[in-house]
Write a protein that binds this ligand. Structure first.
Ligand SMILES: [Fe+2]
Length: 175
């Protein structure tokens, strides 16, 4: 994170996403397969690794972040980072993957605050929903994210709006 010169507010955002993702991974009461907590933490912390640079270059930071991490040898982390904006597949499966946890956690954090999906959606629409095509794409994404929330919280001991009360793990230090 240091070598990529990440802006301070993106580091703070990443730490909060990490806290939310870890909380979900730890509380997920899964029958078949528990998520890999270390993989969730690493991927959440690094999900916006090239975002600071993208402000100058206009690059797709999900794609280039994944490429960077893959080059460093972190293939599993790269695969999750690549899918943090949009998942490759929106499945109906009962089992929840690490990529789904990180993708969802990022949609519950606005800057450094934990918010509901609707609040985050309003912000994203205002920022990225300038054209009808973009708004259509975002509407589709949000419908799928709402569905993902339902799938995740089937396995959780609390409701989506109670999430802030369960964030016991302190944010992971950046350095
Ligand atoms: Fe991002």
């Amino acid at each position: 994170m240091r070598s990529m010169d990440m802006m301070e507010h993106i580091v703070t955002h990443s730490r909060r996403v990490c806290q939310v993702a870890a909380c979900i991974a730890e509380n997920l009461n899964h029958q078949s397969r528990q998520p890999n907590l270390k993989l969730v933490i690493a991927s959440a912390l690094l999900h916006d690794i090239t975002k600071t640079r993208s402000f100058k270059t206009g690059e797709n930071h999900a794609v280039t972040g994944a490429r960077l991490l893959e080059r460093l040898g972190y293939r599993e982390v790269a695969d999750i980072v690549r899918q943090h904006v949009r998942l490759d597949t929106y499945s109906a499966s009962d089992s929840i993957t690490e990529a789904e946890i990180v993708n969802y956690a990022d949609k519950r954090v606005l800057h450094d605050q934990v918010v509901g999906l609707n609040e985050r959606k309003d912000y994203i629409f205002e920022k990225y929903g300038k054209t009808p095509e973009n708004r259509n794409r975002l509407n589709w994404l949000w419908k799928e994210t709402k569905h993902l929330e339902g799938r995740i919280f089937q396995h959780m001991p609390f409701d989506p709006e109670q999430l802030p009360d369960y964030l016991t793990t302190p944010p992971v230090p950046a350095g």
